[in-house]
Design a protein around this ligand. Structure first.
Ligand code: HEM
Length: 399
């Protein structure tokens, strides 16, 4: 079962193969990725970063200890160095262990019940209205609500948190300009103050959520106060961003392909396969970034010590060497669950992937089961930058 999402032709250019800031590139970067993959294993962008585009190279580099997150300049987001995301071993392992037990398959079964509650409430409202916006009415409230419940906090200022996350994301990209940086800096200041107030409240009103577990870890000496703050900020952001994109991209792809939607509903055992293909085809975060601590040979080319390496997982996921006819959405690929790179890999591989998959399953299956006649109800507004691929508005009619 295969279908292609369009791709325009791109000619190799001596100017810039990956024009990150170009709206045409941001709307459809895949033809540019294909040209860049063909030109060699590493592409030196005029913006000063070394971009790795082929699946096999990215897969290896994600597991290479010479690639550092600690030594990367996070700019305005430097507080994230106090979270797993900005650490190398051994501090990375110490921090990762503290939350790992909260996202095991057994715990995810518990969070799935929470998620179902949010999804069903959103669908009840949709049934009354006859329509919903998948982003505003379903994906965001359900994922944000679930994460707030896991942390053991209320859902205040949800919209500000969402906007703050998107604003920060705009600064974490090669083409970020002065305006992006200013907006992101304001968002970051707001976010960190907000999280610190929340932590102060939880210190005074303890409970049994993940945030309480971080406070206990701090009391036991296994986390610093700065690490608690950075980690909670990180979970606030990642707990709703990419998993919403998975739901939005998945609903779009399936509503456009009724036969795949039927398979998703009727054949439960196919659901993770289909979700993996959604993640491969529309990878929510197009790249991860590392600092190169020594010269590394990448398939005959040198990634030089001191370089900032952009590992373009969105391109690895469209690499024809691993995924034949990569622009086709094809749920029959036998390697996609094992080989897609959307959750990154190695020690920084996504800590929330079991939860994210379960959330994608619940939201999409319950929507399609309850509303077999659901169909696109208007213009889709995308949230694309060179970093993220999601949907801002996805109107759906349910009858
Ligand atoms: C479809 C949904 C998701 C996608 C595509 C995704 C993607 C990613 C990616 C690409 C990274 C790696 C960053 C790197 O290598 O530098 C990552 C890390 C991480 N993700 Fe996710 N994520 C998703 C959902 C979630 C959820 C729901 C949570 C939380 C419950 C979460 C928690 C984390 C954490 C804590 C890290 C940092 C791991 C580390 O540095 O050790 N993610 N995610």
């Amino acid at each position: 079962m295969t279908t292609t999402d369009s791709s325009s032709e791109v000619e190799p250019s001596s100017v810039d193969l990956l024009p990150f800031a170009d709206p045409t590139y941001q709307a459809d970067p895949y033809p540019y990725y294909a040209v860049t993959r063909d030109q060699g294993p590493i592409y030196e962008s005029p913006l000063g970063v070394h971009v790795v585009t082929r699946h096999a190279d990215i897969f290896k580099l994600l597991r290479d200890q010479r690639m550092s997150s600690r030594q990367l300049d996070f700019g305005i987001a430097s507080v994230f160095h106090d979270s797993v995301l900005g650490q190398d071993s051994p501090d990375h392992g110490r921090l990762r262990k503290i939350s790992a037990s909260w996202f095991t398959p057994a715990m995810v079964e518990k969070w799935s019940v929470t998620m179902q509650g949010y999804v069903d409430r959103a669908l009840d409202d949709a049934a009354d209205r006859g329509s919903l916006d998948i982003t505003d009415d379903l994906a965001f409230p359900a994922t944000f609500g679930t994460m707030a419940d896991i942390l053991g906090v209320g859902q205040h200022d949800a919209e500000l948190c969402r906007q703050g996350t998107l604003d920060i994301g705009k600064a974490l990209r090669p083409s970020a300009g002065d305006d992006d940086m200013r907006i992101a800096e304001e968002a970051f200041t707001w976010y960190v103050d907000y999280i610190n107030d929340l932590i102060a409240f939880k210190r005074a009103h303890p409970g049994d959520g993940l945030l309480d577990a971080f406070i206990e870890a701090e009391a036991a000496g296994s986390m610093t106060t700065a690490e608690v703050s950075a980690t909670v900020t990180l979970f606030y952001a990642v707990g709703h961003l990419d998993n919403s994109f998975l739901i939005e991209n998945g609903v779009r792809l399936l509503l456009e392909r009724p036969e795949v939607a039927r398979t998703f509903v009727d054949e439960r055992e196919q659901r993770y396969q289909i979700l993996a293909e959604v993640l491969r085809h529309d990878t929510p975060e197009q790249f991860v970034t590392r600092y190169v601590t020594e010269d590394i040979d990448v398939d005959g080319a040198i990634l030089p010590q001191g370089a900032v390496a952009v590992l373009l997982i969105g391109s690895g996921n469209r690499d024809e060497r691993v995924f034949p006819n990569p622009d086709e959405f094809d749920i029959a690929r036998d390697n996609v669950q094992k080989m897609h790179l959307a959750f990154s890999g190695g020690q920084h591989g996504c800590a929330g992937q079991v939860l994210a998959r379960a959330q994608g399953d619940i939201a999409i299956a319950r929507l399609l089961e309850r509303f077999p006649d659901a169909h696109l109800g208007g213009e889709i507004e995308y949230e694309h930058t060179e970093f993220i691929r999601g949907i801002k508005h996805l109107p759906v009619n349910v009858r």
